[in-house]
Design a protein around this ligand. Structure first.
Ligand code: CP
Length: 301
């Protein structure tokens, strides 16, 4: 296994499945997380240069469950505000004894940082619109939990795909498996990168896209990443691309509904979020177990 987790492509199919299987060990019989002091001498730093609730908190909980010390690095109160670069910042953390840096950054800098600071282990917690590998691992685990497999499934991803690092990492991960079909759906101006995809197909009409789906992943509009004003009539958008109970009838009856969060209820109705098909809250819990598995593997290597 590589020294860092920078992209899902750093992992083989076997390593992806091993990490998912390993993550299952971190749930106890009651469904809560095991706490085992496996790495009491290790320190991780959570360096988040973009907002986060799920990823940041789940890495912190995962690390504490494994007995690590956790630095909750706050960029707003750091010397970055006095002009220090991210390289100097992480080098300083390294010199202070931090073993592993969990990094979320709006730009594509993690690979260069990992090459420049080889003593530090890096785990990518979100790289602009490029990648989010631990999200892909928890998404794949959630699908296996409900469908017992990743092969032969009809998977639909709907929403603002162009800005979605969740989509790009998921596609990297799922490409290792013999899926039934992979359909990208959403407003054509939010799916320009997926109109002629390397794998799967683009379908603008949501009812057609959802036909016989086993897995439906919905994504919010990432307003914060649009470079120009988004002239969008929300009611028209919702009528075409919001996952409602009515539209969901096109999918298989046992289709699972996923969403990486945060949910805005533009892309999905509250009724679908709360429906028995929804596994969105389980994705959040799986985030802790997957991050315990990832930290164990990469701290141990
Ligand atoms: N899914 C996800 O990355 O959520 P956060 O932005 O809350 O970490």
């Amino acid at each position: 296994m590589a020294n860092n987790l920078l992209s899902i492509n750093d992992l083989s199919k076997k390593e992806i499945l091993e990490l998912i299987e390993f993550a299952n060990n971190f749930f106890n019989d009651e469904g809560s997380f095991r706490r085992e002091s496996l790495f009491p001498d290790k320190t991780i730093a959570n360096v988040f240069c973009e907002p986060s609730t799920r990823t940041k908190s789940s890495f912190a909980i995962a690390a504490k469950n494994l007995g690590c010390s956790v630095i909750d690095f706050n960029i707003e109160n750091s010397s970055v505000q006095k002009g220090e670069s991210i390289y100097e910042t992480i080098d300083a953390l390294n010199l202070m004894g931090v073993d592993l840096c969990v990094l979320r950054h709006p730009e594509s800098i993690i690979r260069e940082l990992a090459e420049t600071l080889p003593e530090m282990v890096f785990v990518n917690a979100g790289e602009g619109s490029i990648s989010h590998p631990t999200q892909a691992l928890l998404d794949l685990k959630t699908i296996i939990d409900h469908k017992d497999k990743l092969d032969d499934l009809n998977i639909v991803i709907i929403g603002d795909l162009d800005h979605s690092r969740v989509t790009s990492s998921f596609v990297e991960g799922i490409s290792n498996f013999d899926i039934g079909s992979l359909t990208f759906c959403g407003h054509p101006e939010m799916c320009t990168k997926y109109r002629d995809p390397k794998i799967g197909r683009y379908e603008a009409d949501m009812a057609t896209a959802l036909q016989d789906a086993d897995v439906v992943m919905t994504l919010r509009i990432q307003y914060e990443r649009f470079e120009k004003e988004l002239n969008l009539d929300l009611e028209t958008y919702k009528s075409e691309y919001q996952l409602s109970s009515e539209k969901l009838e096109n999918a298989k009856g046992d289709a699972i509904i996923m969403h990486p969060g945060p949910v805005n209820y533009i892309e999905i109705t509250e009724a679908v979020y709360d429906s028995e098909n929804s596994v969105i809250r389980q994705q959040i819990a799986n985030g802790v177990a997957i991050r315990m598995a990832v930290l164990s593997r990469f701290l141990g290597s």
